[in-house]
Write a protein that binds this ligand. Sequence first.
Ligand code: UD1
Ligand code: UDP
Length: 373
Amino acid sequence: PHVLTVVGARPQFVKAAAVSRALQGRIDETVVHTGQHYDAELSAVFFDELSLDEPDYRLDVGSDTHAAQTAAVMVEIERLVDAEEPDAVLVYGDTNSTLAGALAAAKREPTLVHVEAGLRSGDRSMPEEINRISTDHCADVHYAPSDHAVATLEREGITDGVVDVGDVMYDTLLQVRDRLTDGDVADALVPAGETPNDGHPADQLTPGDDAFVLATVHRAANTDDPDRLESIVEGLSALARPVVLPAHPRTVDALRREGLWARASDGIDLVEPVGYLDFLRLLVAADCVATDSGGVQKEAFYLDTPCVTLRETTEWVETVEAGWNHLVGADADRIVEAVESAERPATKPDRYGSGTAAARIAADLQRRLDPTT
Ligand code: UD1
Ligand code: UDP
């Protein structure tokens, strides 16, 4: 069988790393990189570190409005589906690249396969929520990361082709875990933007020795709302420990646009986005992570780092139920209180499988696409 895989944004390279490897020898894969993320630190670094093959096609769509970006990917995926005639189209997660691949494939012959199906934050103002719901309702095969996700799909009437395989990001993390002890993470921290961060703790930080808080912010609701962004800056700046924040380009733009850059770089170590391995090293070394990322909430859980989520909702509800993740939104006082009081709970349930999601996906998909196997 032949699968056409659509990836385009940072977390999708991490997810595909596990699945593409598992597909080898079972299913032929053609990989399409949409170009939603194009800067080296959001794209190439993941291909290098995770030894991903060069994509078969690069669409180079770049950044645009939601409709323009989604439409540009759709047009190209439709063309490729017609040219390549794959048995299935594989999409990951909840980005515009996911939705575009899903909509283009759903109106053609191939089986549409969604990895990370069944996630809901319950917040329809998030573009990702619209992408998830639409993709799940178009897909033929749904690989869910948890029993909770399976139950969510069932509540929405989706019961065919649903398999709880666990979380593919856990597979990738386990594959690199031995490499996390190599290298000095402090070397990887490059001040973000043009303003040098002289004298700030990132310069002296030796993760593992010093107490620090790791942070990431890139969610539209936080970067595009000046009040929320300011409040997050205020909260993170007020923490007693140094804060290291590898800044997504969207966040750098927003801080500059809102006149918050000087204030943020005064209280926070704003550094360039780091590669996957360095990010995980920082996560292991940090006392706590404050983030609005989806993937980082789970990685913190896997690596035993307490998480404070800068949102009111999450699709990774299991991490909250288990006591490892606290939802605080963008309120400065709540951020400070939650980070300062964050502790590692005594126990941690296995809610996202056992790191075998990719192998289960490959075996299940092979059976579906080639019933003679
Ligand atoms: C996208 C996803 C989000 C995911 C995130 C992962 C959607 C709607 N959002 O958000 O779900 O969590 O990726 O990181 O699909 N930019 C650059 N260089 C790049 C890419 C983007 O500078 O290589 C800047 C551009 O100014 C762009 C902005 O970042 O307008 C936003 O990029 P975009 O891909 O639209 O959304 P993300 O915030 O990255
Ligand atoms: N990540 C990274 N470098 C960074 C920040 C994040 O490698 O500077 C990784 C992180 O380990 C995780 C993924 O990027 O695997 C999460 O991506 P992001 O937070 O951009 O997207 P989301 O998961 O919210 O969709």
